[in-house]
Structures are given as structure tokens and as C-alpha cells.
Design a protein around this ligand. Structure first.
Ligand code: F6R
Length: 242
């Protein structure tokens, strides 16, 4: 595991965008595993800037996102599809037909998850998987549990995740209680993993996840076993790590 220390959020975003753009330059037809949440927004903005300057070409890139809320339509401004479209897809020349997320409108969880695993297999797996880190150590929506789930599955979001997501909704009652998420095995099979973390509120979980015991209670801890993980974290997020 490689830890890259960034000065602050902007520096973290630029460094992460550099890693992603290197991937796109080295392999123009790569498969990017993408994440939503507040942490990667700056990196996406930086990628858009480089694209606008003519330095990046996404025309051959395929993307598969980590997760999607169950029950939200693509035009709901809280859906992860909407987020990705707003922050990246509509602003670069990625082929919309090559951008994939789990289908949040599919009521049959087994079908939604099976379909998504087939899509990931069909595109040939993930070259670079971008991840944020939840306060409870979740990656994607793989919440603290007794086991690691392999493939895409439907999860009941924990109360702490529902509360953390509340800031994006008018009221806590509107926060979806279930989501479809890529599984841990799929993430672990990505050739490279890039984790972005920012802020003092993440310092405790950074220490637990990357320097503590490997346990499904802290799902991100499994990344310690991956052979190509880069964590780009700012000083605040690394404040409890020597
Ligand atoms: C997003 C996702 C989540 C977030 C995590 C951190 O697709 O899967 O695991 O990465 O909740 O969220 P932020 O960046 O908002 O702190």
C-alpha cells in the first residue's frame, strides 16, 4: 500500500486526478471504476479542466460505478447516475453507452445485482478503481459486517450512513434505506485501487482501516491485502498516522 500525503483537499484532488489521467493516457480504452460522495468531486473537476485543455481523451474509456441507491430514478438529483453525469460524464467525451451503474430502478435485487456483475465481467474487469472511505470504513456500500460479500448485492444502509447522507436530502425520511453495491471481491480484482480521503473526521478510520487488523467490521481494511493500492490523503486525514 502506497500512501501519498497531500497538503489539503485541493492538493489531494490534483494528485488523485493525476493518477486517473495517467491511467487514461497509458491505456485509453481502460475500465475505470468510479465513486460518488463528496471526496472525489475535486478530482473530477480537475479531470474536466484537463479535458477542456485538450490534455485528456475519454472517448475509449468505459466506466463502472461502485453503487446506486435502490429506488431512485436516473433523473433524481440524488441518484448516483445524476451525480456522475453532473460532475463528469456530461463534461467530457466519454461515450454515455460505456458508462455503467447498477440499475436503481430494478426492484428485483437478484436481477439488478446479477445484471451488474455480468456487465463488469463483459467489460473485462476494472483497471483502476477509485474509492472514497466511509466513516465506518465502508467502501462502496459494503457496510461493517461479519463477512466480506463477493459480488454486487443489495444492502440495508446502516443508521450512521443514512445520517451521513442526510445532508443531501430535504429530510432524513427521504434518504434511501437500501442500495446496490459492487462487492469486495470485485473491488479486490481491480488491477489498481486508488483511495481518496480528506479531513480530520476521517483520521480515526484511516488509521483503523489501513494500519489496524483486517476485519469485515472495517471493510476497507481488506485493501491491505491488495497488491496495488494507492491512498491519496490530506494531512488532516493522516493526522493520527505517523
Ligand atoms: C460512493 C461510495 C461511498 C463513499 C463514502 C465516502 O460511491 O461508495 O463509499 O465513497 O461514503 O463518502 P464521502 O466522500 O462523501 O465522505
Amino acid at each position: 500500500m502506497r500512501i501519498i500525503r497531500a497538503k489539503d483537499y485541493d492538493d489531494m484532488s490534483r494528485k488523485a486526478a493525476n493518477v486517473i489521467s495517467a491511467q487514461v493516457i497509458m491505456k485509453p480504452d481502460c475500465v475505470l471504476g468510479l465513486a460518488t460522495g463528496s471526496t472525489p468531486i475535486g478530482a473530477y473537476a480537475q479531470l474536466v479542466k484537463w479535458y477542456d485543455k485538450g490534455d485528456l481523451d475519454f472517448s475509449k474509456v468505459t466506466s463502472v460505478n461502485l453503487d446506486e441507491y435502490k429506488g431512485l430514478t436516473r433523473d433524481n438529483d440524488q441518484s448516483y447516475y445524476y451525480f456522475m453525469n453532473h460532475h463528469l460524464f456530461s463534461k467530457v467525451n466519454i461515450n454515455p453507452d460505456r458508462t455503467f451503474l447498477p440499475d436503481g430502478t430494478e426492484k428485483d435485487s437478484d436481477k439488478a445485482c446479477g445484471d451488474y456483475d455480468r456487465i463488469i465481467a463483459d467489460v473485462g474487469g476494472i483497471d483502476l478503481q477509485l474509492l472514497g472511505l466511509g466513516h465506518n470504513g465502508h467502501i462502496g456500500f459494503n457496510e461493517p459486517a461479519d463477512t466480506f460479500e463477493a459480488g454486487t448485492h443489495c444492502v440495508d444502509l446502516t443508521e450512521s450512513t443514512v445520517k451521513a447522507n442526510q445532508r443531501f436530502f430535504a429530510s432524513i425520511d427521504e434518504v434511501p434505506r437500501q442500495a446496490y453495491t459492487m462487492g469486495i471481491q470485485t473491488i479486490m480484482l481491480a488491477k489498481k485501487v486508488l483511495v481518496v480521503v480528506s479531513g480530520e473526521d476521517k483520521a480515526k478510520i484511516v488509521k483503523e482501516a489501513f494500519f489496524g487488523p483486517i476485519t469485515p467490521k472495517v471493510q476497507a481494511s481488506v485493501l491491505q491485502l491488495h497488491r496495488n493500492v494507492t491512498v491519496v490523503a490530506d494531512e488532516a486525514a493522516l493526522s493520527l498516522v505517523k
